[in-house]
Design a protein around this ligand. Sequence first.
Ligand SMILES: C=C(O[C@@H]1C=C(C(=O)O)C=C[C@H]1O)C(=O)O
Ligand SMILES: [Mg+2]
Length: 461
Amino acid sequence: MHQKWLHTTEVEVETINSRLSFYIETIEVSRLSAMAFFAAGELQYKGQRFFWQNREKTFTLVGLGHAFKIQNNEGNDRFDLVEKQWKALTKNIVKEEREPQPILFGGFTFDPMNDKKGEWDGFPQSFFSVATYQLVIRNDKAYISIHLITNKENSLGDFEELRKERDHLIHAAQVKELKTYSKPLMMNYHEPFKQEYLQTISNVTNLIKANEAEKVVIARSLELEFEDTVSSPQVLSHVVNEQPESYLFGLEHEDLLFFGASPERLVKVEDGKAFSSCVAGSIKRGKTAEEDKQLGESLLKDAKNLGEHQYVVEMIANTFEKNCFEYTVPKQPKLLKIRDIQHLYTPVEGKLSKGATILQLVKLLHPTPALGGVPRQEAMTVIRENEAMNRGLYAAPLGWIDAEGNGEFAVAIRSAALKDNKAYLYAGGGIVADSEPNSEYEETLVKFRPMLRALGGQLHE
Ligand SMILES: C=C(O[C@@H]1C=C(C(=O)O)C=C[C@H]1O)C(=O)O
Ligand SMILES: [Mg+2]
């Protein structure tokens, strides 16, 4: 194994109420499979792992174990609180050139005011962690960092143990865990709220016609049951192989795995530049190249879908207007084609004003009208009162930040929660005055496909 020692750092950090030492050691390793590294943590770190890959596949991140958690149930203050604690934790870290830094990974649930019971019971409104073992693959190089954050006086012995364990994990990832996984065996497929969903869509279009809101995104869930408990690497490996054009993610919290393949960026910040994307308006892929092209062209001209899209463009442009000294928004949407569906897509870019940060943008942007609606508060009330489920992290901001203020959040759609031998799949769509219950229903079926496929479920036409 080729190894290059980088550095060991000890910094004193004052968090909200205690003094901690932050030990970091990063080594470069010969390239290894991120999935195999994730799988190597199956015994020791199950329930404390995460996986992330950006759309361009230029950045892959895996975390095993929690060196430190930042979590809270503080409603609207949750974004500020995570930012404050992360700053406190990292303010003394000395940046070394070109090395990956400690990364904070996690998400903010869709709606802290939703109290419906279900698979998300016990999940915090904000849940982030710094991994004990962090794998970063970037620019074709792989780095593994050990993070130890402790209030103990002398932790060098503990750190030595972590080094041994790291070497076992690397060995397992390179030698033992390169498996191919079969699809889980599905026993039951429930569409629990189909009639309610169709009814809700017609109720919501009536509310919209009565001017109680302009656009509301309504979602529903599917429940699958499997013969056996399904493991995280098993489903993630299928998602990774089957959805090359999306953000790929998996986040474990105790016995729940939330995972998915989303085409939608909420916000990315890199060296003071901010990027967001408006993704709303959908049509299926064609069976032939010609049909696909025709469907795409009709989507680009369709008034109902352009309407859905425009709400998102206006809101994101408005947020960039207030937080950037310079920004661009193309006048016309393009097509974003992914395996199962095509969307209207408008990228937005800007240069951040002084004081604007990625977490502030997440706070301001979430939920965009692609996932919530217009006006925001009215739409959230309609969602809360009309959806049968708790969205948890579905349609919510999920991603990472580093100590320098760089990071990226996707909108966690095309996603599912896995708990024991059950999976809950989520999909929704933007409802406007001229929405049709049946075609919205069809749209959700298309949006379920990526996760249904990864889980070995049947595919609807
Ligand atoms: C809500 C979802 O997707 C969102 C809704 C879309 C629509 O209604 O056209 C398109 C893309 C997403 O912004 C979902 O996939 O569950
Ligand atoms: Mg739609």
